[in-house]
Structures are given as structure tokens and as C-alpha cells.
Ligand binder design. Structure first.
Ligand code: AMP
Ligand code: MG
Length: 328
């Protein structure tokens, strides 16, 4: 299968045609690129799992362009969910609610709940509107690989596997949406993201943060390996340990690279580095592109620990999974 990469009006029209025909189309959002299909078409949804090589017990998120899109998707909208949606949608958040009858089992992996997201990205919204149906989508990477934040990233993973990639430029946010489960008594964050626990607590009074034991895979990366570059990756607690990990790798004949914020890059001498910027938003926006670049130019990635607070805490949730939890 040939994989087209298109922009603008032509991309939206072709994309909607493929969706109506039960095909899978990659599209940009403000978080990462998604791999979409008609959420009400069971066979089309199955093609997403095939293209990604994703286990069928890992549910998808259903994307809508406006509030009317919720019709038929959810059984009820709890007050808390309404408050979260009013405050943060459109934007980088997914709200889990009890699913409506029309939502196929393949979308929710047999769960009684469905994840709803309304992206703020102009192209994503125009695409969903053009399709005239909710779009079920996970990230547009091969299962376990790094999530894509550019059309080129998607092409590298999906060439020959899907008919079309809609190119909407680089993703602004850069990591996946915050997932909040509003189907339980206490709202619980299943995946941290750019909308932080503090921001949600302001609206809800209290939320349970992402933590604790894994019983069932409810959020990505709890059960499966995720966000992993093709080469060994470690997290360095500070600039000094980053330098030693780099130097040791070099001494054993590896080609290492350090991913770090701009300030830290200034302390690295002539070591190969990828600068992800200074602010937490820049780090978030650039982290996946840095991991993509890292696995291309090196065979050992050392990533600086960006901290545990706010958005950097969400970024580290992904980076630590890339590194299999390994801190040097
Ligand atoms: P991705 O962003 O590529 O990992 O795909 C969507 C993610 O949303 C899945 O991995 C799930 O963890 C999460 N998700 C979607 N629907 C639900 C749900 N009903 N309950 C819990 N998590 C969900
Ligand atoms: Mg994913």
C-alpha cells in the first residue's frame, strides 16, 4: 500500500473519504499524531490495531470536534466530568465515562467505559468535522515505539501500512493527553499530561493522582512497554552523572548522546547532545522529537532528569518508561 502525506483541504477531503470507506488515517493533534478510524465501524477500528501491532486489550480514545459529538458515545455525564470538559476542552485531556451502547467493544477493549477527547488542534477538528463521525484513535506509532510528534515520525513507523497521513506540522504539546477517570466515585488520573493534577484539583476539589499498584491495564504503559527508543536509554539524575554515563559508554565503544535542557547542555563540553530547550513547555514539546533523533544518531541515550513537578513530572513519566525505569 502506498502511504500519501498530504496537507490542507485536499488532505481533509481525502481523509474523510478513507474514513467513510472504513480505512485508517493518521492525523495531527496538539498532543501527538493519532491513527484514526470511524469509532462506530468495528472493522475499521480493528485495522488500527493491525497497523500498530497493538494488543487488542488496550483501549482507544474517541475524538470529537464539539459537544454534540458526545451523542451516543456516553451513557451519562457526571457533574464532575461536565466541569472538567467545560474548563479544559478542547485541549489535551481525555475524560473516561460510562460508555454508550453504540460504541463497539473493540474501541473500549471490552471495558464498560470510554475515553473522550476533544482536541484543540485546528486540523484535527476540521478533519473530525469533515468525517461527520467520532474518530477512535491511539497514537500513530508502531506499538511500543516512541509516539510521533511530526508527520515524518508517523511516516517512518507507518509507511506501507496506512493509506494517508495528514500533515499538520509539529505537535504543540508534545506528550499524550492527561487521562482522568470520571466513571468512579473519586476522579483518578490514569495518565499524567499537560493538564496537571493541580489544575484538575482546582475544578474538582480533589483527584487521585497517578500512583499505586497495577491490577488491570487501565492506562497506557502500566502493563506494556511504552515510548521506547530502539536503543538503550537511561535517565541521569544530574549533569555529572549524565557526563559519566556518556563517558563510560564512549569508553566501551558505544555512540552515546545526551538529551538535556539548554542550561545543562552548556556544561557538557564537546559531548554530543540534543537540546530540548529551557521552559517546561519546550521540554514537553520537544522530548519525543529528541528521542526520535537520539535513536537515529546514537546507540545509547542518556536523558537528563527534568524534575518531578508540573509538566516536567508528566514528561518524566514517559521518559522513565523509555528507560525502563533505569536511573544512573
Ligand atoms: P494511546 O494514547 O496510544 O496509548 O491510546 C489510548 C490510551 O487511552 C490507551 O492506552 C488507554 O490506556 C487509554 N484509554 C482509552 N480508553 C480508556 C478507558 N475506557 N479506560 C481507561 N483507559 C482508557
Ligand atoms: Mg500510544
Amino acid at each position: 500500500m502506498e502511504t500519501l502525506v498530504l496537507k490542507g483541504r485536499e488532505a481533509l477531503e481525502k481523509g474523510a473519504e478513507y474514513i467513510a470507506d472504513g480505512q485508517v488515517v493518521a492525523f495531527p493533534t496538539e498532543t501527538v499524531y493519532g491513527l484514526g478510524a470511524d469509532a462506530f465501524n468495528e472493522d475499521a477500528v480493528k485495522k488500527i490495531f493491525e497497523a500498530k501491532g497493538r494488543p487488542s486489550d488496550n483501549p482507544l480514545i474517541v475524538h470529537i470536534a464539539d459537544k454534540d459529538g458526545l451523542n451516543g458515545l456516553v451513557r451519562e455525564i457526571p457533574d464532575g466530568a461536565k466541569a472538567v470538559m467545560d474548563r479544559f476542552m478542547p485541549g489535551p485531556i481525555t475524560v473516561i465515562m460510562k460508555k454508550g451502547e453504540k460504541v463497539p467493544e473493540s474501541v473500549t477493549a471490552g471495558l464498560d467505559t470510554v475515553g473522550i477527547r476533544m482536541p484543540s488542534h485546528k486540523v484535527a477538528r476540521a478533519f473530525i468535522r469533515e468525517c461527520g463521525t467520532p474518530i477512535a484513535a491511539p497514537s500513530a506509532n508502531r506499538s511500543t515505539h516512541i509516539s510521533p510528534t511530526s508527520a515524518q515520525h508517523v511516516f517512518e513507523d507507518m509507511e506501507g501500512r496506512i493509506p494517508l497521513i495528514i500533515d499538520g506540522g509539529d505537535c504543540e504539546v508534545g506528550i499524550e493527553s492527561t487521562i482522568i477517570d470520571m466513571s468512579t466515585d473519586v476522579p483518578t488520573i490514569l495518565r499524567p499530561g499537560a493538564i496537571t493534577a493541580q489544575m484538575l484539583a482546582e475544578v474538582l476539589g480533589a483527584v487521585k493522582t497517578f500512583s499505586g499498584k497495577v491490577v488491570v491495564a487501565k492506562a497506557p504503559g502500566m502493563k506494556y512497554k511504552h515510548y521506547a527508543p530502539k536503543c538503550e536509554t537511561v535517565v541521569a539524575a544530574d549533569a555529572e552523572s549524565a557526563k559519566s554515563a556518556y563517558d563510560e559508554a564512549l569508553a566501551r565503544g558505544a555512540r552515546p548522546v545526551i538529551i538535556a535542557r539548554s542550561d545543562t547542555c552548556g556544561l557538557l563540553g564537546n559531548r554530543t547532545r540534543i537540546d530540548v530547550g529551557g521552559s517546561e513547555k519546550e521540554i514537553c514539546r520537544n522530548i519525543y522529537a529528541a528521542l526520535h533523533k537520539g535513536e537515529k544518531i546514537a546507540d545509547f541515550i542518556v536523558c537528563e532528569h527534568f524534575g518531578e513537578q508540573g509538566i516536567c513530572g508528566s514528561v518524566m513519566n514517559r521518559v522513565l518508561k523509555s528507560a525502563g525505569g533505569k536511573i544512573v
